[in-house]
Ligand binder design. Structure first.
Ligand SMILES: [Zn+2]
Length: 178
């Protein structure tokens, strides 16, 4: 990692930048963002991701994390020694989980597609507004159901609910009144 001096140093906390231009403290064990990463990510799953990465730097990190010689060395320090940035860790973790998710999705895909296909089929259902009668009694007046337009059913239901305003609007009753 080629570290360059930051132009925007915080007073009393000298920082440099990592290879992705992220400001990092001079002492890697004080890298708070990377520390959060190691605190949040489940260790066993992270080890799996390292071993499946196909990347020599991550293999070396895996070995170092299991090496008694480095038992007192923070993972942040090991990452810096191995030129692994926080962006590298994020990329590894995201890709690893994306692969796992895609495998699970692919396994469930036949059932999911069956459900989508079934839901998309055309069907007729009784109008939920007039319960299939085609008109609605509002006091002494019967009005044609505005949802199904008096048919009593809806094909493959893009059903709107009859707005209460429809019945209180005299113009609506005049228009549809029987
Ligand atoms: Zn209706």
């Amino acid at each position: 990692m080629k570290a360059t001096a930051s132009q925007h140093r915080r007073r009393g906390r000298p920082t440099i930048r990592d290879k992705n231009r992220r400001p990092v403290p001079v002492r890697p064990d004080r890298d708070q963002s990377m520390e959060w990463f190691f605190e949040e990510v489940p260790q066993d799953k992270f080890y799996e991701a390292l071993q499946l990465s196909g990347d020599k730097r991550f293999y070396r990190l895996y070995d170092a994390l299991h090496d008694p010689a480095y038992r007192n060395t923070s993972p942040m320090t090991l990452c810096r020694k191995l030129h692994i940035s926080l962006t590298d860790l994020h990329d590894l973790w995201r890709k690893h989980n994306l692969h796992l998710g895609m495998i699970r999705l692919s396994t469930s895909l036949p059932e999911v597609l069956d459900d989508i296909c079934e839901d998309a089929k055309s069907r007729e259902t009784a109008c939920p507004s007039c319960e299939g009668i085609g008109e609605i009694t509002h006091g002494p007046i019967k009005v044609r159901c505005a949802v199904c337009e008096g048919i009593g059913y809806r094909a493959n239901a893009r059903v709107r609910t009859c707005a209460a305003d429809t019945f209180s609007d005299p113009r609506a009753i005049q228009t549809w009144g029987s």
